[in-house]
Write a protein that binds this ligand. Structure first.
Ligand code: CTP
Ligand code: CA
Length: 222
């Protein structure tokens, strides 16, 4: 894998990477979100740039200094993220969906702060668009890579998502294991594609990112 970086395995390629969580507003001061740190997406952006790719991060709210030579587009909600990705599709050869997109958003966003009222209240949520599936289904020829964070039947569920979303590759990780995934500095993943899969050893996210970028570079059309 080290060789691929010295030769610029992604030289001339344009890569768009989603990272971090999304925030789905309830009212002017409240939102629904998740604990994604964005570390894996930012590590991938750094590795893609190091491999010679012109790299754009479409990032939800995170607390990370962006890597050098990476363009960052900041977004808040899933719908903002989809718009930002779609508007860059013409200039994109490889799309990597690393963001922890909120699956649902509040059906209505209140214009004023919601006041405390009865003891019980419920929220109506509606499904957000599936960003990676919609990029994979678009007519642009983009090599599309997803992530699958699972707590059980990791490889089966990941391969199901690869097929259902029409992806070229998916990176599976078991978020039930200690010390890897969401907020940690390490990760342990298996990379799957329609014709095979490869497990990567547990390592720092920067090392895992370099391994994933090497796999992506290897599976590009010449
Ligand atoms: N994803 C996306 N847009 C969404 C939801 C997910 O682009 N609205 C992407 C993620 O960035 C990831 C992949 O889809 O690359 C899989 O996300 P995941 O949450 O594991 O899968 P879901 O399809 O949302 O299914 P579930 O959460 O029920 O497991
Ligand atoms: Ca999800």
């Amino acid at each position: 894998a080290a060789d691929m970086f010295e030769t610029g395995a992604l030289q001339g390629k344009r890569v768009v990477i989603t990272a971090g969580p999304t925030r789905e507003a309830l009212d002017p001061v409240r939102y629904i979100s998740n604990h994604s740190s964005g570390k894996m997406g930012y590590a991938l952006a750094e590795a893609a740039a190091a491999a010679g790719a012109r790299t754009t991060l479409v990032s939800g709210p995170v607390n990370i200094t962006p890597p050098e030579r990476v363009e960052v587009v900041n977004v808040t909600s899933a719908r903002d993220m989809l718009d930002a990705c779609e508007s860059r599709l013409e200039e994109c050869d490889i799309f990597i969906a690393c963001a922890a997109v909120a699956d649902y958003r509040p059906a209505d966003v209140q214009e004023q702060k919601i006041k405390k009222g009865p003891d019980d209240m419920s929220l109506t949520l509606v499904k957000n668009p599936d960003i990676v599936a919609s990029i994979a289904a678009s007519e642009h020829a983009v090599f599309t890579v997803g992530f699958a964070a699972e707590t059980q039947q990791v490889l089966e569920y990941a391969r199901g998502k690869l097929e259902r979303k029409g992806l070229d590759m998916i990176v599976a990780n078991d978020v039930s294991s200690q010390g890897i995934g969401f907020n940690s500095d390490e990760n342990e993943v298996t990379v799957l594609w329609p014709g095979g899969e490869v497990a990567m050893p547990r390592a720092r996210k920067s090392t895992v990112a370099a391994g994933i970028i090497a796999q992506i570079a290897m599976r590009q059309d010449p």
